[in-house]
Write a new protein. Sequence first.
Lengths: 325, 342
Amino acid sequence: MVELTVREALRDAMAEEMRSDADVFLMGEEVAEYQGAYKVSQGLLEEFGARRVIDTPITEAGFAGIGIGAAMAGLKPIVEFMTFNFAMQAIDQIVNSAAKTNYMSGGLVNVPIVFRGPNGAASRVAAQHSQCYAAWYAHVPGLKVVAPFSAADAKGLLKAAIRDPNPVIFLENEILYGQSFDVPDSADHIVPIGSANVVRPGSDVTITTFSIMVGKALEAAEALAGEGIDAEIIDLRSIRPLDTETIITSVEKTNRLITVEEGWPTAGIGAEISATVTERAFDFLDAPVLRVGGSDVPLPYAANLETLALPQAETIADAARKLCR
Amino acid sequence: MAGAKKKSKTTKSGVKQGGKAAVSRETLETYYREMLMIRRFEEKAGQMYGMGLIGGFCHLYIGQEAVVTGLQHALEPGDSVITGYRCHAHMLAAGADPRAVMAELTGRADGVSKGKGGSMHMFTPEGGFYGGHGIVGAQAPLGAGFGFANKYRANDRVSVTYFGDGAANQGQVFEAFNMAALWKLPVIFVIENNHYAMGTSVTRSTAIQELCQRGEAFGIPGQQVDGMDVLAVQAASEKAVAQCRADEGPVLLEMMTYRYRGHSMSDPAKYRTREEVSKVRQERDPIEHVRDMLVAAGHADDDSLREVDKAVKAEVNDAAEFAQNNQAPDAAELFTDIMAEA
């Protein structure tokens, strides 16, 4: 094991895959000379040169489309969005050109591409720079969607995403970039897409979550443990495909479920999990499923309002207390 | 000659440009046959749509045959082609089996996309054709992406990226122009200007109507070409291909053409007069043009041309027959091809 930040883990994943496959390249705004708007691509230009680490103009629809075309032609692009908020400019290309082409062509043309970048709220950047897009992309057949929490998962999932023959939406988190975790010290470290991870076993309540909210949920579980509530935390890691088996197995044990996400709850990931568990494990539920999500408002700028709008460890703990009462 | 630095040259070429070169009998016969094939195929598709055998949207290429035919003959294996939803002719030009194309239109199991794509979403990577895209203008960056892949691989292949006069106003077309010029990508942007974006004429939609000038702000040389003259198309395309292969960056060709039918089968085309359409048909028909050349040169007469027509009709009828009798996709196909397997 080595200790790496999420930022370093992502960089290492790209570097390793670029070393082993000449078809892999990185393009996006400020990825080369600036070393990444969030320094995720630090050192890549130096190692791989301007042919494979490509600064683009600010033109998301255009470079997403160019990446997709290059992928149809057989290359394996990694397209970085400075944030997924800007990817809305390119969402037609992602959904209509990347996600649907394999199906529409009867399997003749696939699109091996990774779209990656920070997703969700950072700190005090307000509504247009803070949205979580997990539910948006999870809605689309033909896409895979992942959202890691730890550096080990960030590295292993990014390597899996780059090797995947399909378009993969790779949702990172700006606040997590600087956090350190133990990472297996091996170029063979791969985390398969579609598998959730029970990061804290427990017996009283299942909490499903992903990305930065895994940390908040773990914090909540610590507080709950002191009160005699033993929470099981599932880091979903993959949003699509969703590892429903792991969720259901857990609910069959704990008989209670809380879903936690940073994004809006309406038609969100929690709503999807709640419906799935209701359909497949209704008899195991001792209480209604509770959803914890961001407040149903455009994210405000004021520090106190921002804190109120986003799920906190305490919000999650309160939900568990209510459910386990 | 750096594409981005060079001052772009936009030129307009007349009808005679391609016509003057000595063209072999064989070439003319090939063009005649291929264009006729497209026309008869599309006429049959229109007929089958009317009979309810083809559903959804169905955009016919009738009138525009010279564009795809002339351009395809300037290409070599390994070059790629991409276009919008008016793509049946591009499939045929790329060598797709007419049976499989027609069966896609009828939504059957042996359609090129197994019946999952339909009229607007067809691909034949073997022939270098990558769709068949339904969102107006979205294929422009995709085509630039194929050019990017060629440049990345340092092969000398080119990417032909078609779009229409309507798509020419989409923002991402300009985004594609900018990056193609900036990175000197081997892309031939081809505007098939048939004068009407659905029902809106170029004069009603476009501030500066010389679409061949659209690349000038990016240093992309543009040329207006008589798209009703297959020889003019072929000559302009040869030149554009040579420029791209010589690493001179992207080129823009505006093919002045005309569609005889409505935008799609559901369009009664009330935005233009019958006279306008019949005038083009009578005076500028691209197939008649080649037919006249064949006859004038003594290469063909009514009898020999009738034989060609008969052979083409037989091939189209065979495709239509096949497409009507082919079975519907198996229900299990609903859930295949969503994801590619590793």
